[in-house]
Design a protein around this ligand. Structure first.
Ligand SMILES: Cc1cc2nc3c(=O)[nH]c(=O)nc-3n(C[C@H](O)[C@H](O)[C@H](O)COP(=O)(O)OP(=O)(O)OC[C@H]3O[C@@H](n4cnc5c(N)ncnc54)[C@H](O)[C@@H]3O)c2cc1C
Length: 246
């Protein structure tokens, strides 16, 4: 397992600092003009910028790609609109060690089939990386939802909290009295790779190649962060002297 020093936010922070002023936040893409031959593609943002690119990589979720391509590439947009996603509620639970049973050293646990728990499982973040919790404290992340429990997305905060603390108590063998509970809801958390999905995404990309556009994102590359990042290396071009591509 790979754990970035400083947590996942360190990856985003490093990319942002390397990009510097080239990074434009709060300016979503609202329209794309196809390129062709010697003509670059043009990306229009809500902030009124027009950015030209020899090649444009669209690393958005499938529904956002579909709406940008709806007018110019209707068949590709339809294939993207058909990509399904499962919803997920992600719950971070922080507590002092004396306020819970001892957390086993390890990654965490996944719920088995037929188990009475509603959470899908939990990761033991501070066991994997002590820097994720203050001294004397633990941080766990629990997950609710998925394809078999989409209604979890509609639960209010207090219901989510009750379910998570109840299931954690059962799994750990004693009550957890949290100092902090943080709940994040993701309606489109993880794309579904239904039969034929990879072929449909490859065909969608092939249909765009003449327009100087490329589809990326977890529904195209694969879901893990490694899979999402892998296509970046060949796109980035030659590395500066002294650096090695891993
Ligand atoms: C709960 C959960 C746990 C996970 N755990 C792990 C794990 O432990 N290890 C692992 O490897 N992977 C994990 N994953 C998977 C991984 O995090 C995701 O697959 C990956 O982050 C998806 O990246 P992405 O770039 O495809 O999509 P996103 O991260 O969704 O990026 C798409 C971006 O496009 C932006 N956008 C949308 N519309 C526009 C527009 N019009 N103009 C400009 N920008 C726009 C959005 O704001 C967003 O920032 C997890 C995923 C979930 C949901």
């Amino acid at each position: 397992m790979l754990l970035p020093r400083g947590g996942m936010a360190a990856i985003v922070g490093r990319i942002a600092s390397d990009l510097g002023p080239a990074l434009r936040l709060e300016s979503p893409v609202v329209r794309i003009e196809d390129g062709s031959g010697e003509t670059p593609a043009v990306v229009h943002t809500a902030a009124g910028q027009a950015l030209r690119g020899a090649e444009v990589s669209l690393a958005l979720r499938a529904p956002a790609q579909a709406s940008l391509l709806a007018d110019s590439h209707a068949a590709t947009a339809a294939a993207l609109r058909a990509v399904g996603y499962v919803p997920m509620v992600v719950i971070a639970v922080g507590f002092r060690r004396e306020d819970a049973p001892a957390i086993p050293a390890g990654f965490g646990f996944l719920r088995g089939r037929g188990c009475a728990a509603r959470i899908l499982g939990a990761t033991f973040n501070s066991q994997l990386n002590p820097a994720t919790a203050p001294e004397g404290c633990e941080l766990l992340t629990a997950f609710l939802g998925g394809s078999e429990d989409p209604a979890a997305l509609d639960l209010d905060d207090s219901a989510v909290r009750d379910i998570v603390l109840g299931d954690l108590a059962a799994a750990l063998g004693g009550a957890v009295r949290p100092a902090m509970v943080h709940i994040a809801r993701h309606a489109q958390a993880i794309p579904l790779f239904s039969p034929g999905h990879r072929g449909r995404m490859a065909a969608a990309n092939a249909a765009l190649s003449g327009a100087r556009l490329r589809l990326l994102g977890s529904h195209v590359t694969g879901v893990s962060l490694n899979d999402c990042c892998r296509p970046a290396a060949p796109l980035a071009g030659p590395l500066p002297a002294g650096l090695t591509r891993l």
